[in-house]
Design a protein around this ligand. Structure first.
Ligand SMILES: Nc1ncnc2c1ncn2[C@@H]1O[C@H](COP(=O)(O)OP(=O)(O)OP(=O)(O)O)[C@@H](O)[C@H]1O
Length: 286
C-alpha cells in the first residue's frame, strides 16, 4: 500500500525538454558545525518547469533553497543560473539576475499597506535615485514611478487582492498575507521563483487558490518555479518533476508518477511518523 496520493497524468513542460537548464546545482554540500545539512546534492531545473523538493522534516529542503537564493554559501559545489556561476554571489546580486523567493515564515512589513509591501518588492528595479529623481522629476522618475505602479496593479489583479490593496498587511488573515508575500516576490518579475511552503497554515480553499496562482504564474507568465511543499496532493498535481531529499542527500528525482512508486521514497516517508500523517491526509489533487 502506498502512503502517497494517486497522481493524475504528467503535466507537459511548455519549454523544449532539451532546453539548457535555467539552474544547475552541482554537488553542493553544506554543514552547520557537525551537522551535515546537505551532502553532494546535484540537480537541474529547466526553463518553465515547476520543480518541487520534498522530504521528511530536517531533510535539508530549506537549506537547499537558501543555497540557491544566496542566503547560505555551500561549503562545496557550484550553482549556475542562466549559465553564470552564482555560487559566490550575494542574495541581492542573485535577485538582480532574476531569482526571487518567498519564505517559510512570513516576511512582510506588517505596519505597511499591501500596495506598499508590493512596491518594496519592485524597489531594486528603480533606476532613479533621490538625485536623478529630483533633476528629472517631470520626465524619467515620474514615468518610472507610473510604470512601477502599473506593474504592481497588474500583479494585484492577477492575485485577486484588489479589495485589500489599501489594507495594513498585519491585519489580514494568514492566507491573504501569504498571497501578498507571493505578490511582493513576483513584483521583481523573477525568471525563477523559490517558494518555501507556500500552502503552510492554509485551509483547503486557500490552498486551492494558491495552487491555481502557481499554475498560472508558470503557464501564463512563463515563470520557472522551485517549490518546497508538504501537501503531497498539491505537489503531485502541480509539479513537472520532483526531487526527494532525506538526511541531506538526494534519494530520488523524476516525474510525479515515478516518485510515487519509488521504493526509497516510500521508505523515507514510512520512516517518518509526522510526514506519514501529512501524506496520508493529502486527499489527492488540489
Ligand atoms: N541555521 C542553522 N543552524 C544550524 N543548523 C541548521 C540551520 N539550518 C538548518 N539546520 C539543520 O540542518 C538540517 C536541515 O534543516 P532544513 O531546515 O534545511 O530541513 P527541512 O527539510 O527544510 O526541514 P523542515 O521540513 O522541517 O522545514 C537540520 O538538521 C537542521 O537542524
Amino acid at each position: 500500500m502506498s502512503a502517497l496520493p494517486q497522481v493524475s497524468a504528467a503535466r507537459p513542460v511548455a519549454s523544449a525538454v532539451a532546453a539548457a537548464p535555467l539552474l544547475a546545482v552541482d554537488a553542493i554540500s553544506l554543514t552547520f558545525g557537525g551537522i551535515k545539512a546537505l551532502t553532494e546534492v546535484s540537480f537541474e531545473v529547466r526553463p518553465q518547469e515547476v520543480f518541487s523538493i520534498i522530504g521528511p522534516n530536517g531533510a535539508g529542503k530549506t537549506s537547499l533553497l537558501n543555497c540557491v537564493s544566496g542566503r547560505y554559501r555551500p561549503s562545496r559545489g557550484r550553482i549556475a543560473f542562466k549559465g553564470t556561476d552564482v555560487t559566490a554571489l550575494r542574495p541581492n546580486e542573485r535577485c538582480h539576475l532574476g531569482i526571487g523567493r518567498t519564505f517559510q515564515n512570513l516576511a512582510l512589513f506588517n505596519h505597511m499597506t499591501v500596495l506598499d509591501n508590493i512596491m518594496v518588492g519592485r524597489h531594486h528595479l528603480l533606476k532613479n535615485n533621490f538625485f536623478t529623481g529630483a533633476l528629472y522629476w517631470i520626465g524619467g522618475a515620474q514615468r518610472e514611478e507610473l510604470e512601477h505602479r502599473r506593474a504592481v496593479e497588474e500583479i494585484i489583479d492577477f492575485l485577486e487582492i484588489t479589495h485589500i490593496r489599501k489594507a495594513i498587511a498585519g491585519t489580514l488573515s494568514y492566507g491573504l498575507r501569504k498571497r501578498v508575500e507571493l505578490a511582493r516576490a513576483i513584483a521583481l518579475k523573477p525568471d525563477l521563483i523559490l517558494l518555501d511552503e507556500p500552502m503552510a497554515g492554509m485551509n483547503l480553499e486557500e490552498k486551492e487558490d494558491m495552487a491555481r496562482y502557481i499554475l498560472d504564474l508558470n503557464e501564463e507568465w512563463g515563470m520557472t518555479v522551485i517549490m518546497i511543499e508538504h501537501d503531497m496532493g498539491v505537489v503531485m498535481d502541480v509539479s513537472h518533476r520532483i526531487m526527494v531529499l532525506d538526511f541531506g542527500r538526494k534519494i530520488a528525482e523524476g516525474a510525479p508518477e515515478a516518485i510515487i512508486e519509488n521504493p526509497h521514497v516510500k521508505t523515507a516517508y514510512l520512516g517518518a511518523d509526522v510526514e506519514m500523517s501529512v501524506v496520508a491526509d493529502a486527499g489527492g489533487p488540489a
